[in-house]
Design a protein around this ligand. Structure first.
Ligand SMILES: [Zn+2]
Length: 404
C-alpha cells in the first residue's frame, strides 16, 4: 500500500495547492471553471475553455473556444508532449533571472517560462496553473505536478491500451481488465470524483475545422443526415395533405409537424462534467478510453501514440507530423512504394517506361490501343525479369527495341 498512499499524498498536496490558488485572484492567474461535454455517440470529447478576468493563456488563444478531439487523442498528446526538456529550460531561465526576485521583470520571466511549458499540449493550455505568488517555488510545484501526471499516464497507456510483448497471450483482455491487472501489480488505483450533470438536447455538435488531433471552433448545428430526414418527413406530410395540427400539436399549441420533427430528430442524452484542473480532464478521458475499450499503437513514422480504429491493422497514424504536409499513413504508403521500387529494379524500369509512354499517349503521339498492347506485353516481360527468366539488360533492350 506504500505506493498508493504516496501517490494520494502527492496528488492531495497538489490539490490543496491548486484549490488554494484557485480561490484567490492573483490578477494574472485567476481562472474559472471549464466544462467539458462528452458525446459518447461520436466518441469525441468536447471541451469549452472558459476563463476569469485574468485568465492566463499559454500558447495560441483557446479562451472562449470549444475544442474537440476523438477520445484518446488528448491523452496521447499529453503523454507524448516534451515537457521534460521544456521544464529544464524553464528552470534555467528562472534561475538566471532570480537575482531580481520580486521585480516586474522577474515576474514576467517566471510567467513566460511557465507559459513555454504549458503551451506544449492542448490540455495544459486549457488548464493553466493559478499562482498566489509568482516565484521559482510556485513554478517548480507546477512542473512537478505536470511531470508526475505525465509519468503516470505514460504508464497507464502502456499498461491498458498499447501493444505489449505478451499480445499473443493477452490480446483478448479488455482495457479494463488490463487496468485491473495494472492496479493489482502496482498496488494502486485511480480514484477520482468529478462533478457530473446530464441534460437532453436535440442539437448535437458538428465538428468544425480539424487541426491535427484537435478540432477548434466547433459549431453547433443539426447533423446533416438527420436534418435531411426531417425535411423529407415534412415534405411527405405536406404531400399527404397534413397541413392541420394533429391532436397533440393542438393540445399544446405547437406548430404543424412538431411531431415529425421529434421523431426524425430525437433529443439526445448529453453528459457534462465540471472540470477545473488538468488532472481532472485526464481522469475523464482515461475513463472514457476504458469504457470504449480502445487500443493504441506507436506510429512507426512519427513515433506518437495513436488510437486504432476498427479492426483495420495499421502501423501509422492519420495525423500530419510537424514539418510535413501529408499524414503519416500517406507518407508510409509513398515510402513503401519507393522501397518496393528499390527492391525490385524490373518494376522501377517498367514504371519509368510506362510513365513516358503514357505521356506520349496523352499527347496523341501513340494511340490508346497501341499503348495498351505495349502495356500487356511489357508486363509479361517485366514478370519474366522478376522471375529471373531474363536479366535486367535483356528486359531493358526489349523495351528500347519496341516499335509501335
Ligand atoms: Zn504518425
Amino acid at each position: 500500500m506504500a505506493q498508493s498512499t504516496n501517490r494520494e499524498e502527492q496528488l492531495e498536496g497538489f490539490e490543496s495547492y491548486w484549490s488554494r490558488r484557485a480561490d484567490t485572484s492573483y490578477v494574472k492567474f485567476a481562472t474559472s471553471y471549464n466544462t467539458a461535454t462528452v458525446d459518447i455517440e461520436n466518441k469525441s470529447l468536447f471541451l469549452s475553455v472558459n476563463g476569469g478576468d485574468g485568465f492566463f493563456e499559454p500558447g495560441e488563444p483557446l479562451l472562449g473556444k470549444t475544442l474537440a478531439c476523438s477520445v484518446g487523442d488528448g491523452l496521447a498528446e499529453f503523454a507524448d508532449a516534451p515537457f521534460e526538456q521544456a521544464v529544464q529550460a524553464a528552470l534555467a531561465e528562472i534561475a538566471a533571472a532570480s537575482l531580481s526576485n520580486g521585480s516586474q521583470a522577474y515576474t514576467e520571466t517566471v510567467l513566460r517560462a511557465v507559459s513555454n511549458v504549458a503551451a506544449l499540449s492542448h490540455y495544459t493550455r486549457a488548464f493553466p496553473p493559478c499562482f498566489t505568488e509568482v516565484c521559482m517555488q510556485a513554478a517548480k510545484d507546477y512542473f512537478d505536478y505536470l511531470l508526475l501526471l505525465q509519468e503516470e499516464y505514460k504508464k497507464l497507456i502502456a499498461a491498458c491500451f498499447a501493444e505489449t510483448p505478451y499480445d499473443n497471450e493477452i490480446r483478448e483482455f479488455t482495457a479494463a481488465s488490463r487496468f485491473y491487472f495494472y492496479c493489482m501489480m502496482e498496488n494502486t488505483g485511480l480514484f477520482h470524483s468529478l462533478t457530473y450533470h446530464y441534460t437532453c438536447r436535440r442539437v448535437t455538435k458538428c465538428i468544425g475545422e480539424k487541426k491535427g488531433a484537435f478540432t477548434t471552433d466547433v459549431t453547433e448545428s443539426l447533423p446533416a443526415d438527420r436534418y435531411k430526414k426531417y425535411l423529407e418527413t415534412v415534405e411527405d406530410t405536406q404531400n399527404t395533405g397534413r397541413t392541420q395540427p394533429n391532436n397533440f400539436e393542438k393540445a399544446f399549441d405547437l406548430p404543424v409537424t412538431f411531431t415529425e420533427l421529434n421523431i426524425a430528430l430525437p433529443a439526445l442524452l448529453e453528459q457534462e462534467y465540471e472540470l477545473a484542473r488538468l488532472d481532472e480532464v485526464l481522469v475523464l478521458e482515461f475513463e472514457q478510453m476504458l469504457r470504449l475499450n480502445l487500443r493504441m499503437k506507436r506510429c512507426k513514422n512519427c513515433g506518437h501514440y495513436f488510437v486504432l480504429k476498427g479492426n483495420y491493422p495499421t502501423d501509422y497514424c492519420d495525423k500530419i507530423p510537424q514539418g510535413e504536409n501529408k499524414p503519416c499513413q500517406m507518407i508510409a504508403a509513398t515510402d513503401k512504394y519507393s522501397q518496393k521500387l528499390n527492391d525490385c529494379p524490373p518494376l522501377a524500369i517498367y514504371n519509368r517506361e510506362y510513365k513516358r509512354l503514357h505521356g506520349k499517349m496523352k499527347a496523341g503521339r501513340i494511340s490508346h490501343d497501341q499503348f495498351n498492347i505495349w502495356k500487356e506485353l511489357a508486363k509479361v516481360m517485366r514478370d519474366r525479369c522478376t522471375q529471373g527468366k531474363i536479366n535486367l539488360e535483356e528486359f531493358q533492350s526489349w523495351l528500347n527495341g519496341y516499335r509501335f
